[in-house]
Design a binder for this molecule. Structure first.
Ligand code: GAR
Length: 208
């Protein structure tokens, strides 16, 4: 059984997709052992509570500086001792020590086809604003393992989504979530939980 910790910052629709996937049996061999939010009062926390999952807030606002927040965050993760950490809309720069200790055991969902519209400053709605500004006709989502670079780790799965005339960032965000994120993130977790993928030379390959 793969024990996963889900880290969130806001609405938690990806968290919900994981909860629902486990319930429906499309994600197997997986248990959510906890949720960490960096923000108080967000919908993600309600979703966790409703599903009976222990949830905690670790907010940078409660610490004197970033280093102390990073330490508290890492200490909490270690205490929970997950097999896999899922960044499901966790809009926080991930501490380097954390990435080192959990190499190939942290996955992130990003709302574009990496390497487009990713890296510093590309998160949440901003990603879709930039895609519309550039006028791309196809965008999508990517699930990847997290390494020291920003959105640079081995890619597990991607799914394209069409941009439509008249899209607003909100409309595009909704379509990318519905058609891509909520599909590929649960599937990636199921693949990891069932030992179907591995990382070789910084790339994800499917086991025979
Ligand atoms: C999602 O679109 C996710 O891909 C994005 O934040 C949103 C969170 O929504 N993540 C990033 O931009 C990471 N760089 P949710 O809280 O409803 O799952």
């Amino acid at each position: 059984m793969l024990k996963i910790l889900v880290c969130v910052s806001g609405g938690g629709t990806n968290l919900q997709a994981i909860i629902d996937g486990i319930k429906a049996g499309s994600i197997t061999n997986t248990e959510i052992i906890g949720v960490i939010s960096n923000n108080y009062g967000v919908k993600s926390l309600e979703r966790a509570e409703k599903a009976g999952i222990p949830a905690e807030v670790i907010s940078p606002k409660d610490f004197a500086d970033r280093a102390q927040f990073n330490k508290a965050f890492l200490d909490k993760v270690k205490e929970m001792n997950p097999d896999l950490v899922v960044l499901a809309g966790f809009l926080v720069r991930i501490p380097e020590e954390f990435v080192k200790e959990y190499s190939n055991r942290i996955v992130n969902i990003h709302p574009s086809l990496i390497p487009s519209f990713c890296g510093v400053g590309y998160y949440g709605l901003k990603v879709h604003e930039k895609a519309l500004e550039r006028g791309v006709k196809i965008t999508g989502a990517t699930v990847h393992f997290v390494n020291e670079g920003m959105d640079e780790g081995p890619i597990i799965a991607q799914k394209p989504v069409a941009v439509e005339d008249g899209d607003t960032p909100e409309m595009l965000q909704k379509r990318v979530m519905e058609q891509a994120e909520w599909v590929i993130l649960p599937k990636a977790i199921d693949d990891i939980a069932n030992g179907r993928i591995e990382v070789v030379n910084n790339k994800v390959i499917r086991k025979a």
